[in-house]
Design a protein around this ligand. Structure first.
Ligand code: ZN
Length: 336
């Protein structure tokens, strides 16, 4: 176990590779070690490598299956057209309580790689993978290296009911923090390079371009949100604790898992929360029926605005930046 311990303390890909070279590990063993470290797992190590094509040889594209929208957007940003990328939970379908379908099983059965957000969000996936019986599959968890937030503070505990759902692995909404999104891009890039080394240069270039945009987005958030430190806002989906933490804001989620329609209880919680904390803003989500909330928001002297958790939306990788910039505008005007 000693060399694993040493490997885990090494910071960079290069350091680890140099160490593996020095120790004279066989390439396959080295790849398995690299895979384990970067969150890429598969049961058949000999299939990890899809070797570079010899001149004149045309290899078919690596088939990558992603779980839901943010994972699809990030993967597509890294692959562009060099890999075939599919999505299991189609936009418009709720991911939190999703059940795998026969079409999902079929997609995984013929895939080379499956990529998930992780942190317990894709509860349907392990059974779906099992049913697909694809022993060659490489599984990538892109929450690797990210420290989860287990409880947001403060949270108004949801009433026990069908939507009650414990995040046993921590809160999964890491993609809504541009800095953590960057780590997710790095995880995708490094695992795809291991799975499909022939396209290494493409993955590196594409990831670098997207990371640059994420850096710019982070700067924009920092510049704007530093004007309203500690702004406390209410949401109806416990999706923004990472974003709040990053930019020194406070999220109070009165509902944990998104609902189609707000109940009188939810709205009562808003009233209580506004009384309890100095709340600046209330954020609904696109597609949420919040008539009840709108009707009482005047009494509360709050304007209801929208924050997008990006669990559904457009499949163009640029959509992430569009939606996040709209979120920034919403937060800035809500917190003013
Ligand atoms: Zn969510």
């Amino acid at each position: 176990m000693k060399f694993y311990a040493q490997l885990y303390t090494m910071k960079s890909h290069r350091q680890i590779k140099a160490y593996i070279r020095k120790r004279n590990f066989f390439p396959i063993i080295a790849l398995v070690i690299l895979s384990a470290i970067y969150g890429c797992n598969n049961t058949n190590s000999s299939k990890i490598v899809s070797e570079e094509a010899t001149p004149g040889q045309k290899l078919s594209k690596t088939k990558v299956v992603t779980t839901f929208l943010p994972v699809y957007l990030f993967t597509k940003a890294v692959t562009k057209d060099v890999a075939e990328v599919d999505i299991l939970v189609k936009p418009g379908t709720e991911v939190h309580e999703y059940q795998g379908t026969p079409a999902n099983i079929k997609a995984i059965a013929t895939a080379n790689v499956v990529i998930k957000n992780g942190l317990g969000l894709e509860e349907f996936l392990s059974d779906t993978i099992k049913n697909a019986g694809n022993s060659q599959l490489i599984e990538i968890d892109i929450s690797k290296g990210i420290e989860p937030i287990n409880k947001i503070s403060p949270i108004d505990k949801p009433v026990k009911g069908e939507h009650d759902h414990e995040h046993t692995f921590g809160n999964p909404h890491i993609w809504l923090d541009p800095v953590l999104a960057k780590q997710q891009i790095i995880n995708i890039r490094d695992c795809l390079i291991i799975a499909d080394p022939g396209n290494k240069a493409n993955y590196q270039t594409n990831a670098a371009t997207y990371i640059q945009k994420l850096d710019n987005l982070n700067n924009e958030f920092q510049q704007t949100m530093k004007k309203t430190p500690n702004c406390t806002f209410i949401t109806f989906h416990d999706a923004f604790p990472y974003l709040a933490k990053r930019y020194n804001l406070k999220q109070v989620a009165v509902v944990e898992i998104p609902e189609k329609q707000l109940s009188p209880t939810d709205v009562q919680k808003v009233v209580n929360t506004v009384k309890k904390y100095k709340t600046k803003a209330v954020f609904s989500e696109p597609g949420l029926d919040n008539k009840l909330l709108t009707s009482i928001s005047q009494d509360l002297q709050l304007t209801v605005r929208t924050l997008d958790s990006l669990e559904t939306g457009d499949t163009n990788p640029e959509y992430y930046f569009q939606a996040m910039k709209t979120n920034l505008e919403s937060l800035a005007s809500g917190c003013k």
